[in-house]
Design a protein. Structure first.
Length: 156
């Protein structure tokens, strides 16, 4: 593959789609050739399963967060709901709020919301750019509150 991108700088934007390991390898080759990360666009349709260690860490965070109150803004209305121990999206929907979603795997970004208070941990964030994460956006299907004061806004 490396010989195919010897003139990587001559290409304005790179678009990668395919099996996960191939996309990861292609991205690493491009980065190694000096292509800026913002010029590399990866389209994922599936998410890889977390390792046993990652799954255990996620389960621990979920257990610690169970019962925490979350402020949720959706369709111009803010409600406080209880975190159900899974993820913010499922907690919101269980509370009867019609939060948007499609894949529930962190890929599509349909459940994206702006974190307006507190801190969350996301299992994966494939559907968000680094810029969106820096601006405070989270994927609610992958987000677990890290303590009190978490607030998300689906309208932002």
């Amino acid at each position: 593959m490396e010989h195919l991108v010897d003139e990587a700088e001559a290409v304005d934007e790179w678009f990668i789609c395919g099996p996960g390991p191939m996309m990861d390898a292609a991205e690493q080759v491009l980065l190694g050739k000096g292509v800026a990360k913002e010029r590399i666009h990866i389209e994922r349709f599936t998410a890889e399963r977390p390792s046993a260690g990652e799954a255990a860490q996620i389960a621990k965070v979920q257990q610690q967060a169970a019962g925490l109150q979350i402020a949720v803004t959706l369709d111009g209305r803010t409600r406080k709901i209880a975190f159900d121990g899974s993820n913010i999206l499922d907690s919101v929907r269980k509370a009867g709020m019609p939060a948007p979603f499609a894949c529930k795997a962190g890929v599509c970004a349909t459940c994206r919301a702006k974190l307006t208070g507190g801190k969350v941990e996301m299992a994966v964030q494939y559907g968000l750019t680094d810029e969106e994460v820096a601006e405070g956006y989270v994927l609610t299907c992958q987000s677990v509150p890290c303590g009190e004061g978490v607030a998300v806004d689906y309208d932002s």
